[in-house]
Design a protein. Structure first.
Length: 196
């Protein structure tokens, strides 16, 4: 009897900080190394994404850096956002990347509609990135994405959990991240990730 083909789950990972040594860049790197068997995290950097400008879009079309992320997300099973929290809200650079990815409007559904999405984040404060994670919800709703709410990962007091290079050093946080990813991937496999 032939062996059944095992399908690989692919999740696109986007971080909301441009600084390599940021806590959230480190959390994203750690996530890529902690994916469960049968799943991969395809990390894309947003550093090459220009500020959105409708004149630029009209004149030059979608920038190559944006087109690459769009195509990767359209082909992926889900999106993982690793968000900092700036001034009690979401980071402008990542919102800018998502705004570019939603252009042109006629192509937004191919990239986002029905796509499961999970959000994690780290901050120096005592509440992690709670407000930033909540601030993403209207964006997901507008893009018709399916947020996954079964687990939360809010890394607080991150200064004690990452080294000066931004790498995650805290074993308890690493275990929580591993568990979060395993449950998200399992929900994707069951078709239960995200709310309609």
């Amino acid at each position: 009897m032939p062996e059944r083909e095992t399908l690989m789950t692919t999740i696109v990972g986007l971080g909301g900080s441009l600084r390599r040594a940021s806590f959230n860049a480190g959390l994203l790197r750690a996530a890529a190394g902690l994916m469960p068997q049968g799943a991969t995290l395809d990390v894309h950097r947003i550093g090459g994404v220009p500020l959105y400008d409708g004149d630029v879009e009209e004149r030059d079309g979608i920038p190559p850096a944006v087109a690459a992320i769009k195509d990767a997300l359209a082909a992926a099973d889900a999106l993982l956002i690793v968000t900092p929290e700036y001034n009690n809200g979401l980071p402008g650079v990542l919102k800018n990347a998502i705004d570019w990815m939603s252009r042109p409007t006629a192509d937004a559904a191919r990239v986002f509609a029905g796509k499961p999405v999970a959000v994690i984040g780290a901050s120096l404060g005592g509440f992690g990135t709670l407000l930033a994670q909540e601030a993403w919800l209207p964006v997901f709703r507008y893009l018709k994405m399916r947020p996954w709410f079964d687990e939360a990962l809010l890394v607080s007091k991150a200064g004690a959990k990452f080294d000066t290079a931004g790498d995650l050093t805290d074993a308890e946080t690493r275990d929580k991240l591993r568990g979060f990813l395993a449950k998200f991937v399992a929900a994707l496999a069951d078709g239960a990730a995200g709310e309609d």
